[in-house]
Design a protein around this ligand. Sequence first.
Ligand code: SF4
Ligand code: SF4
Length: 115
Amino acid sequence: MKSWSCIENCGACCRFDLTERDDLSNILSSNDIALINSMSTKDGWCKHLDKSNKKCKIYESRPHFCRVNEFSTSFKGYLQNGDKFLINCCKQHISSIYGNKSNQMNAFKTAVTKK
Ligand code: SF4
Ligand code: SF4
């Protein structure tokens, strides 16, 4: 069985478009949404992402919704399907940012198969 894993040099989930995320409306608080809006730059990427290496510059103090292991338990899909849900979420993010045939997608598929 595949296990979810984050990969280096991705950051695909650090680009926000809340207008495309109806699924978050019941999960995020108004404070969360205000924080996300304050973190988003004009091109949609989080201002805390170091674009040169796709690392979070505030990793230790990142918001709760950036902590996958913690935040995932807010989703019915995770409670029902576990890592399969997370893997699909990452694939959607990676596909929309880098494409289905990107290096990031290949690296992610390899990472979740290896574990
Ligand atoms: S999209 Fe998934 S693999 Fe990529 S940075 Fe986010 S959690 Fe990690
Ligand atoms: S705070 Fe860090 S983990 Fe959260 S979206 Fe921004 S760069 Fe990504």
